[in-house]
Design a protein around this ligand. Structure first.
Ligand SMILES: [Zn+2]
Length: 76
């Protein structure tokens, strides 16, 4: 199964529907057991909706760093 960091690596592809089938499966398996990442996913997809006019969306670096710091702080 993915770690939280691996999940974040693939999150953009997943939300863009570009993730490979096995990546998607592992990602969803992780989400099933990790409420933290479900929150991250919700936050990220909400952010994407806010900038939906922009075609080549990338997770803002600042947001990414914040999420990573939060996950690291919790020792996962
Ligand atoms: Zn996680």
């Amino acid at each position: 199964m993915f770690s939280c960091e691996e999940l974040l690596d693939h999150l953009n592809d997943y939300l863009d529907d570009r993730a490979a089938a096995d990546v998607r499966r592992q990602l969803e398996a992780h989400l099933g057991g990790c409420p933290e990442c479900v929150v991250v996913l919700d936050t990220t997809s909400a952010t994407i909706k806010m900038v939906s006019g922009c075609r080549s969306f990338e997770l803002p670096a600042q947001l990414s760093a914040k999420i990573m710091a939060k996950i690291r702080a919790q020792g996962r």
